[in-house]
Design a protein. Structure first.
Length: 165
């Protein structure tokens, strides 16, 4: 059985996390403009996720290497809706429950600060979409905020005030 640990992002994780995210983006063909690929903060996520109501967690594999992560971020101009951000996981940990552990951590935090959670993803991330739907996310046509990730063409929203998951 694969072992992993979820913990908060530290500054020393930035370079490895960027590598993980870029590897995943290449894998799904989303290494281009309109995705996090061109985000200037990608290599400095610990700076981006420092503040009230926002957080990022990394997943360490059994050797202690950062192999994935997930974040909760703000949506500008909306204090009730957060965004689940940057859920990426290297192939070796997929199917092990690691993504669900990350999701549980992020949603537990989000429920303490927000009433709804929004996600933007890509149409070819079928396994991720199944994860979102199992956790109570419902597809929507409404974009929340201005993320700059215009290549994301599948949108989800979850009511955090209900316990249905």
């Amino acid at each position: 059985m694969q072992k992993y640990k979820v913990r908060e992002l530290q500054a020393e994780d930035n370079a490895r996390l960027e590598q993980v995210i870029r590897t995943c983006l290449v894998e799904i063909g989303q290494d281009h403009e309109g995705t996090i690929w061109t985000d200037p903060m990608l290599g400095r996520l610990s700076e981006e996720y420092s503040g009230e109501g926002i957080r990022y967690w990394v997943l360490e594999d059994e050797e202690g290497a950062v192999s994935g992560g997930i974040g909760i971020g703000r949506i500008d101009g909306n204090s009730e809706v957060c965004e689940l951000q940057k859920l990426y996981l290297l192939p070796g940990l997929r199917g092990t429950g690691a993504a669900q552990a990350l999701m549980d951590t992020a949603l537990g935090f989000a429920k303490q600060h927000y009433s709804k959670c929004y996600i933007e993803t890509f149409d070819n991330t079928i396994a991720a979409q199944r994860l979102y739907e199992r956790n109570g996310f419902i597809r929507t046509d409404i974009r929340y905020g201005s993320t700059g990730h215009f290549a994301c063409n599948v949108l989800y929203l979850k009511d955090l005030e209900t316990e249905e998951q």
